[in-house]
Design a protein around this ligand. Sequence first.
Ligand code: SAM
Length: 236
Amino acid sequence: GPESESFTLAPIGYVESDYPDKFGIPRQPGLAPAADARLILVPPYNDPLTVRGLDDFSHLWVTFIFHQSPERWTPLVRPPRLGGNRKVGVFASRSTHRPNRLGLSLVKLAGIDTRHGVQLRLEGCDLVSGTPIVDIKPYLPWAEAHPSAQAGFAPEAPALLHVIFSQSALDVLTTRADSATLHALIEQVLSQDPRPAYKRGEAPGHTYGVRLRDVDVKFRALQNDEATTLEVVAID
Ligand code: SAM
């Protein structure tokens, strides 16, 4: 019967993004709008005819493979949103460890280049560079937006942390042609608190590293009273 058939997917393209590593990537699209990416179609899908009419849409659904996740999956997962200690069903989560390893992100389309094959410019995507893409569809807000929908254990956007930059980090930024967008990208990514849930209690002063674009960002947590601030210590 149909339930025992299997289906083969071949990527139609791949993403080149501001995220060289999984670590630090916001957990959903749109949370770091300064993140740029290119979705590069590969033959035979890189024919400009495949995207005719797409430039009239502002947002796209991108289906992709969590290629950096193991094929192994379990029925229960621990969403970071629940502090990493409560479990929900894999199909009640957006976990990257799931059967078929399919991901789905709603992203902003910033433009289409058809000079050499087909490249879509995306804003705010949550994909590691190199992610294989298996489909693209235009987003239909009148059918697909449900602002008052109930969202289980993730009812609203996570609270943002305050982010500050050391003088030496600011000095590095001023030397760069992309200083404004890189500053925004670092601030948006760190404000999501990329520290692993189980490490948040770690010794104050512990330095974490996250790679964004072509730089290595070193940061640490500063704790005063109830509030945590992340400080960008260095940009290399
Ligand atoms: N919006 C998508 C979805 O719901 O299917 C992705 C949600 S998933 C929780 C987002 C995380 O996936 C990112 O924070 C990043 O660490 C991870 N990720 C991004 N690209 C990946 C890839 N190609 N393989 C494995 N993990 C990836």
